[in-house]
Structures are given as C-alpha cells and as structure tokens.
Write a new protein. Structure first.
Length: 427
C-alpha cells in the first residue's frame, strides 16, 4: 500500500521522475568517455539557453568577450566566466527563465549569510534531481517509499507544522528536530521499523550516542544511514557503526546545484556526472548544473572547499569521477543549560527572519560556554528588527540559551568557507 501511495504521489508531482531514474540506472555503468561526451552536449545546450534567454548571462559574457560557440570540449569550460554567490543572489530575476505553460517548482535556500535565494526549477530539473537521489538509494537496496526517519528541521507555525506532518505521512516518514528526551524516545521507538535514516550528520551522531547508551542492536536492520548538509567527521563513525551496524554515508549537494555526489557502498563519493560538472579551483568547488535550464547555474562558486578524488576504478563498477573530501561544511552542537541543539537551528532562525519578515542579516554565532551564546550581526539593527529576531530565537531556544546580541560587529571572512557558528565548548 505504501509503495502505491508513494508512486501515485510522485507521478502526480512530476511524471518524469521514473523515466529519468531508468536512464540513470543504465548510465551509471557508462565509460568515463561516454559520460564526458554526455556532459559536453548538455553543457553546450545549457550555455546557448543561458546566453539567448537571460539578460544576465548575455551581458556578463559579452562584457568578458566570451561566446558559447567557443566551447567545443570540456576543457573549454575554463573559458566561461565564473559565477559568484552574490551574483546569483542579486541577479536571480535576470537569470530565471519562465516559459508560458511550463510547470515550475518553487525552490529557496538560505546560505551562511542568511540571505535567501528564491528560484524555480522546471520539470526536467526536478525529475533529474529526484531520480539521482533515488539512484543513490538503490545502491543500498532502499526504495524511497520505505519507512524512514528524518533528522531535519521545520518551521514552528501551526499551519506549516500540519503541512509538514501531512507530507511526511505521505512519504512514510517521521522526523526529529530537537534533542528533547521524550522526543528522542518516541523517535527511537518508530526507528525500530524503519528501512533508512537520513538528515543532518551532527544529529545522526548525537542520536547514535543515545542509542549506544541504551546498549541495543535493534537498529542494525536499517539499510542506509545518510548524512547530508554538514561535514561527516571521522570521529562520528565509531558511534554510528556501533548504533546501526554500518557507517554513515554522504550525500552532497545544494538547492541551486542539485545533487553533486553520492557515496557508494565501496566508500567512493561518485560525482553525479549526468547532471553536474565539478571543477576544483584553489581547493574551492566550482559547479555547473547541467540540468538547471530554467535557472542556469554555470561555473558557480558554491563556497565549499573540497578535494577531488580523480579517476578511479571503483570496486562498485562505476566510472564516475569522485569527491575525496568536502572540507567546508561543519556540524557542531549548540549547548543550552538543559538541551542540545544542532548548529543549523540558527539557520532556521535567520532564514525565517529573511523569508517571513524581509529582514536579512549577516551573522556569526560564538559559544564559549554551555547555556550562553554570542550572536554578532554585521550591521546595526532597529528595535523592530531586534524584536522580530527575538521572537524567532525564542521559538527554538526558549529560555534554555542566554543570548548576548552584538550588532554593528566586524565579521571577518577567512580563506575557508565562512562559518556561521563557532564553538569553543568541549563536551
């Protein structure tokens, strides 16, 4: 029953998903030359669409003296001017392509600066992205309709909570956001019947430690433990393996780039070459999203620092290029007086402030001791802005975390990706 509910819902949402999935199951064993040929053809098409249908790319390329016809090989991609996060954000309206009668899917992301990026994916982009995720699941004999636990956030308004719970139920999914003891117990009870677990890597680590305190192997039948959105530290794995009988594997991507890489059972992070081209410039990842034809993302500096693995012959049989390590994402814990919170809780505070109140703030949070936190905001804020911030902050932390709010602060950018949470607390 769950399978048919899921398949019906998926096809109502986007009836192209499973056609793309069938293609990806075949292409995953293509030779590297065939994969690169596929990339080149899609790159040429993407550049033509961007140049001929957006004022932003036409103006940008004309100013730099570049024209899409100069790209005749994958190596020629280096002739294409790079795209910064700020350019993408500021010029999103000039980048978006909307065709009459075309089905579009709303998407938004809020980066480490808290500034929201809102855009629309077309039907093919949405289908390719979902199918790519399903292919990764298939490597672990996981079907997306199977019962699964989800360590991810949600907004706290009643209407949004109801919508999230309804969508979770349709996807046979249950979730945990806080480390509240009662919530953890309820979540663990449901997890005994789950096929897979996914979410923030830091939350999976914390959950693993709770399971290990109980001393049980009831969760070893879970087929896949997938961490995403944060760096998976090597120090996490001992606890995860003890709790689940298997390591945490990595899915790497971003809303504007789609899925970039997925870890196979042999331990290789295979780049999703059918949908992205990945470059490394001074250890920084540069992404071209080959399927983003409604909102072209070309040679985009995502802001993560990575190490590419090069061409390997993986024992899984796949020839895709690999990412050896993602260096720019962190997943630390915020300590209250009584509770613990994932560091990306701050992401939701500032994201809601930006999306719902149009208050965009650049910030860095610093924790020097348990139960207290400093939040440095780059500009001076008004009393109204401060009140709106405190409303969002209190939703998540209540009175468990004493706040020292410092506006008009100097926020320095280091060479590595800007970190919005710095902790000096040792557990």
């Amino acid at each position: 029953m769950r399978k048919w509910i899921y398949l019906y819902g998926a096809n109502k949402w986007n009836n192209r998903i499973f056609n793309k999935f069938t293609f990806l199951i075949e292409s995953q064993y293509w030779s590297i030359d065939k994969l690169r040929e596929f990339q080149l053809n899609n790159l040429k098409s993407l550049l033509d669409i961007a140049y001929n249908n957006t004022t932003f790319y036409k103006d940008k390329y004309d100013r730099s003296g570049f024209h899409p016809r100069e790209v005749n090989s994958l190596e020629d991609i280096r002739k294409v001017p790079m795209l910064s996060k700020n350019e993408l954000l500021v010029n999103s309206d000039k980048i978006q392509i909307k065709k009459d009668g075309e089905k579009l899917y709303f998407a938004e992301t809020s980066g480490s600066t808290g500034k929201p990026l809102v855009f629309y994916r077309d039907q093919d982009w949405d289908a390719w992205n979902r199918a790519s995720m399903y292919r990764g699941y298939s490597w672990y004999n996981v079907d997306p309709w199977e019962r699964n636990g989800y360590l991810w956030g949600y907004n706290f308004s009643l209407l949004k909570q109801m919508r999230v719970k309804f969508l979770d139920e349709l996807q046979n999914r249950f979730r945990l956001f806080s480390y509240n003891e009662d919530n953890i117990k309820r979540f663990l009870s449901k997890l005994e019947d789950a096929a897979f677990l996914s979410g923030y890597s830091s939350m999976i680590f914390e959950l693993s430690k709770e399971i290990n305190k109980i001393g049980t192997n009831r969760y070893h039948k879970i087929k896949m433990v997938k961490g995403t959105s944060e760096k998976i530290y090597d120090s996490y794995q001992d606890d995860v393996i003890q709790a689940f009988g298997k390591k945490m594997i990595s899915e790497y991507g971003a809303a504007e780039t789609g899925l970039i890489a997925f870890e196979c059972p042999s331990g290789s992070m295979h780049i999703n070459m059918e949908t992205v081209i990945v470059e490394e410039e001074d250890s920084e990842i540069v992404i071209t999203n080959l399927i983003s034809k409604s909102f072209p993302v070309i040679r985009y500096k995502l802001g993560d620092y990575i190490e590419l693995g090069g061409i390997i012959k993986c024992s899984c049989g796949r020839n895709h290029l690999t990412v050896k390590d993602v260096l720019g994402r962190t997943g630390k814990v915020i300590y209250g007086f009584k509770e613990k919170y994932p560091s990306l809780t701050l992401y939701y505070v500032f994201k809601n402030l930006a999306i719902e109140n149009k208050i965009i703030l650049n910030y860095v949070a610093i924790q020097k001791g348990k139960g207290e936190i400093e939040i440095h905001i780059e500009r001076k804020i008004t009393e109204h802005e401060k009140n709106m911030f405190m409303l969002e902050y209190t939703k998540y932390f209540k009175n468990d975390l004493r706040l020292n709010l410092l506006d008009g602060s100097i926020i320095r950018q280091e060479k590595a990706k800007k970190t919005d949470f710095i902790s000096y607390v040792n557990e």
